[in-house]
Ligand binder design. Sequence first.
Ligand code: MTE
Ligand code: MO
Length: 198
Amino acid sequence: MGIVSEGFGGRRRSRADLPPGQYLTQDFPVLSAGPTPHIRTEHWEFVVTSESGERYRWDWAGLMGLPAEEITKDIHCVTRWSKLETSWKGVSLDTLLADVETAADFAMAHSYGGYTTNLPMEDLLDGQAWIAYEYDGEPVDPEHGGPARLLVPHLYFWKSAKWVRGLVLSDSEDLGFWETAGYHEYGDPWKEQRYAGD
Ligand SMILES: Nc1nc2c(c(=O)[nH]1)N[C@H]1C(S)=C(S)[C@@H](COP(=O)(O)O)O[C@H]1N2
Ligand SMILES: [Mo]
């Protein structure tokens, strides 16, 4: 496999589809900062906490009852691998946040296992972010964040919190796990925002 790949849809993809400093991979690497939590869907919940402290909660049945979307997007890890046209199914954050009363500018995603990552609210809306529960037509593997992960493919993939369990909305920006460790607070792969100050 060279720098040109057919992709799943047959559309010809080229180096122009790769952000600077990235290389293409066909496999799906696993990058986890700790052990893989195994969460049964009976115990799974997703909680959005607004800046006023109001909580909005979905259990697995609630998530399954929401309109789902098929998503095909390129993903870019800050360790420099990119994978083109990955296929997911999930619920858009537009759908989940539709009835959440908030004027917050920032969100912190929290995961089972303790991982966190910060995102501007505007990057979670307008068809840019999903809670994904299928990958390639199958339930998301636990090591890839199943039963459900955040998917925010326009930012470096560390923003796509695996085993996501909630969002805490806030007027001010806090830093998550990798952002506290020196990674960029925003993480735009096209601007190569890998580390703080890039
Ligand atoms: N909860 C959690 N989410 C996480 C991570 C993690 O360590 N824990 N790693 C991040 C990083 S750095 C990347 S590149 C992607 C990797 O997802 P994958 O293992 O499915 O390839 O998950 C992101 N989300
Ligand atoms: Mo990553």
